[in-house]
Design a protein around this ligand. Structure first.
Ligand SMILES: Nc1ncnc2c1ncn2[C@@H]1O[C@H](COP(=O)(O)OP(=O)(O)OP(=O)(O)O)[C@@H](O)[C@H]1O
Ligand SMILES: Nc1ncnc2c1ncn2[C@@H]1O[C@H](COP(=O)(O)OP(=O)(O)OP(=O)(O)O)[C@@H](O)[C@H]1O
Ligand SMILES: [Mg+2]
Ligand SMILES: [Mg+2]
Lengths: 259, 259
């Protein structure tokens, strides 16, 4: 069965895109057939996987507006078994365009659950969400089986978590009863400073086992990789960042039979 | 004349809130009467200035929905001459609630331009925007005289800049002909790594004098300050972060006669 994991947090800059790209690459390395759906008008996941802006003629916007089938919006990347459904700024008007549509919250769910001969077969779909709780993120939370929440080891990031948990519970009660939390991932952790450690221990106290054992350290190689249009896993495979994301891929992959 | 400066960038986590809080505090230190309007449903500016969630009974949401006058939503902070118009998660439904209103883009502009005996007198109003180009940010771009754009010294942040500049131009042509760019502020600059320096020199090449002379270094005291509900200027006045934000306040303050 194809699993769909949304990568969401309305707090900005916490590592959603970085996690989406590198976890997708790590799972593909383990043998899974992975699709990364870029649902952010900024299109950072698309850029980070080498999809130049002029090649984004069919995008996740077309999927939502029902102008294209899933097969038409999936493109291969430089990595084996990893495909991308790209995004561009067309997505930023989706909120208003879909405002009056009855099924506006279910469009992505229906698009990803298409079956048929020409629909590509994926084992895992990851959805990179924008930094808000708008209609795009709602579509991802309705479409997915579980949510992975990147949590930057910073004060403001912790503040936003309760708001996100409320929204997840509301979606579970209204539109997606099976919605679970895949886990909360500590990102950009800097062991040299107190704040990081305080936030991490605070998160483990309140969230317990929901917090992944894997921790992603702050590592400049991670932030350099997108300018070379590749995941850190291939840009600098021996870096601390690459090792951490490989470990995360094993932790998630074990749950779905890829380890 | 009261000046209104929006602090905007749809890329998440680039330092909008941190700049709004510390520039507002710096300008108040120089003698200006400053109002900080929190227009982000996350309410981080409100938290960072000590406005606990239970005190946010009148917020920027009430201002947009025309349920309250400006005087009713301004609250004093621990800093002399600095007031806050707080935000909470009510704001996240504003987009959809205001969708059908004719004047939906002009609500904040009209609210801030109220005159009359009981309207508080401010020299400068700063608006902290959410990480998107939605109706809340559009309201800020229509209401303001100029936009200050925090630019994190990272690859993805540079990518989003052109999209923001396009939106600013669109607003100038449609709703706010006077709209200018106050400046582009380099934030979280880490001189030890190449990427930071590359992004900074790239920004200066393309944007020239629009880039502030002041640069904000990455400094852990800056990210600790919000957990003590205060700007870094009072939390650790001798820190590199505090010095940089004081320098920014002087650079902006000089333009409006506060230095
Ligand atoms: N472990 C890390 N070490 C160093 N830098 C990192 C790390 N993870 C992410 N970054 C950098 O931090 C910035 C924010 O990360 P990213 O863009 O992935 O966050 P996001 O949550 O997707 O942001 P947005 O809310 O705008 O979508 C990026 O410039 C990224 O390269
Ligand atoms: N100069 C700095 N040095 C170290 N940390 C910083 C600095 N500036 C901001 N930060 C931290 O980086 C994180 C992101 O900053 P901030 O929340 O101000 O960005 P933002 O653009 O307002 O985010 P959002 O898009 O979610 O509104 C925060 O945890 C903040 O404390
Ligand atoms: Mg992102
Ligand atoms: Mg903010």
């Amino acid at each position: 069965k194809m699993r769909i994991i949304a990568i969401a947090n309305q707090k900005g800059g916490v590592g959603k895109t970085t996690t989406a790209i590198n976890l997708a690459a790590g799972l593909a390395e383990l043998g899974a057939r992975v699709l990364l759906v870029d649902l952010d008008p900024q299109g950072n996941s698309s850029t980070g996987l080498g999809m130049e802006p002029e090649r984004r003629v069919r995008t996740s916007y077309d999927l939502l507006m029902e102008n294209a089938d899933l097969a038409e919006v999936c493109f291969s990347t430089q990595l084996e078994r990893l495909s991308i459904c790209p995004a561009n700024s067309d997505l930023s008007s989706a909120d208003l365009e879909l405002f009056t549509s009855e099924k506006r919250s279910f469009l992505l769910r229906d698009a990803l659950r298409q079956t048929g001969a020409d629909v590509p077969a994926f084992d895992l779909v990851l959805i990179d969400c924008p930094p808000s709780l708008n209609l795009l993120t709602v579509n991802a939370l309705v479409a997915c089986d579980s949510v992975l929440v990147p949590l930057q080891a910073e004060f403001f990031a912790l503040e936003g978590l309760s708001q996100l948990m409320i929204s997840i519970r509301e979606i579970r009660q209204s539109a997606n009863p099976e919605l679970r939390i895949e886990g909360v991932l500590m990102t950009m952790v800097d062991n040299r400073n107190n704040l990081s450690q305080l936030v991490e221990s605070d998160a483990r106290d309140t969230l317990g086992d929901l917090v992944f054992r894997t921790i992603i350290p702050r590592n400049v190689r991670v932030s350099e990789a997108p300018s070379y249009s590749q995941p850190v896993l291939t840009y600098d495979p021996q870096s601390k960042g690459a090792e951490a994301y490989r470990q995360l891929a094993r932790e998630v992959g074990t749950r779905y039979g890829f380890v």
